[in-house]
Ligand binder design. Structure first.
Ligand SMILES: NC(=O)c1ccc[n+]([C@@H]2O[C@H](COP(=O)([O-])OP(=O)(O)OC[C@H]3O[C@@H](n4cnc5c(N)ncnc54)[C@H](O)[C@@H]3O)[C@@H](O)[C@H]2O)c1
Length: 311
């Protein structure tokens, strides 16, 4: 089976690539390595790796025409909210233009498709107070170019099913964590930053009171969610939340690291960042109806993450 993954050398894309590869499939990756790393996917040979921008529409169209992929995963994106605020036009190209061009190339030329998958984000919900966030019942309120672009991408993905019958699906990722997450990127996730601080025995600063909550989902649970939606025809044209449905505050996360490492590091509190959302967690009942059973609570997930890093 042939699979195309844009953003396949990033954190999440590399795990998808690894699973398909391990299951004996032929995996192609397009990634400009802006935030990803070639060494995340050593199992992909150079003949299957294209260090290119997803805005190279000609290349992507050629790949789609030539290989007739069964699965296409579109994960490449300008992932930093801050960067999209600084570069609204460029990020629109990376995050929206690339999506519609890839959908269109797939519609026109790919006759073999089982699923086109789009990586959306919980950022689209913005700061509205209702909880948990539900795809059916919550309003969206994008507060950055990134969030606008993710919403546009998932909605294009959706209407390519309703208008043209393309088998598509999108997941709104909540806070994904696990091995290969880049601790240096500004929105890489607070867990990898706390991990770095513990490794270096460096002080950690909480923005705000540390009681802000997030729905942290371990990469293996995310993969479970992805595989459920890509293998089920009833998900075509739909959008799902991908979280665990549980709220965890940052102090609890910090203490879990402290327990695991067996020592404390200095910490302090500073002002909350402007625009930071205080609480967020997902309603994942539609995914659970399809069989989704997250296996990693925050303690188990952090332990698995740290164990992998030690290796
Ligand atoms: N990690 C999370 O918690 C999270 C949450 C919500 C949504 N997402 C979405 O999931 C997807 C994967 O995120 P990730 O956490 O693995 O981030 P990542 O930065 O590790 O992966 C993104 C990959 O896309 C590549 N890329 C970026 N712009 C590109 C371009 N113009 N052309 C080609 N390649 C490009 C990067 O080099 C990188 O390998 C992204 O679309 C992101 O917006 C992630």
């Amino acid at each position: 089976m042939k699979v195309l993954i844009t953003g396949g050398s990033g954190f999440i894309g590399s795990h998808i690539a690894e699973r398909f590869h391990n299951e004996g499939n032929e995996v192609f990756v397009v990634d400009n390595l802006s935030t990803g790393k070639r060494e995340n996917i050593p199992f992909i040979d150079d003949a299957h790796f294209y260090q290119e921008n997803v805005q190279n529409h000609e290349l992507l169209t050629d790949l789609v025409k030539t290989h007739q992929f069964e699965y296409i995963f579109h994960l490449a994106a300008m992932v930093s909210v801050v960067e999209t605020v600084e570069k609204p036009v460029e990020s629109n190209g990376d995050n929206i233009d690339s999506t519609i061009h890839l959908l269109e190339a797939t519609r026109q030329h790919n006759t073999n498709l089982k699923k086109f998958f789009f990586a959306s984000s919980a950022a689209i919900y913005g700061d509205l107070p209702d909880l948990p966030k539900s795809v059916e019942d919550s309003n969206v309120n994008p507060l950055s170019p990134y969030a606008v672009q993710k919403f546009a991408g998932e909605q294009y993905t959706k209407i390519y099913h309703t208008l043209y019958g393309l088998p598509t699906v999108a997941l709104r990722f909540f806070n994904v964590y696990g091995p290969r997450q880049n601790p240096e990127s500004d929105y890489s996730g607070v867990l990898s930053i706390i991990n770095q601080k513990f490794l270096n025995k460096a002080p950690f600063t909480f923005f705000g009171d540390g009681k802000q909550t997030r729905d942290f989902i371990y990469i293996k649970d995310l993969l479970q969610a992805i595989w459920i939606v890509i293998e089920d025809d009833s998900t075509n044209g739909k959008v799902f939340n991908a979280g665990t449905g549980k709220q965890t505050d940052l102090i609890t996360v910090f203490n879990a690291f402290s327990d695991y490492f067996g020592y404390e590091i200095p910490y302090s509190f500073t002002d909350a960042r402007a625009g930071d959302i205080k609480h967020s967690y997902s309603d994942v009942s539609p995914l659970k109806d399809l069989g989704f059973r997250p296996e990693y609570d925050i303690m188990k997930g952090i332990a698995a993450y740290l164990k992998y890093n030690q290796k």
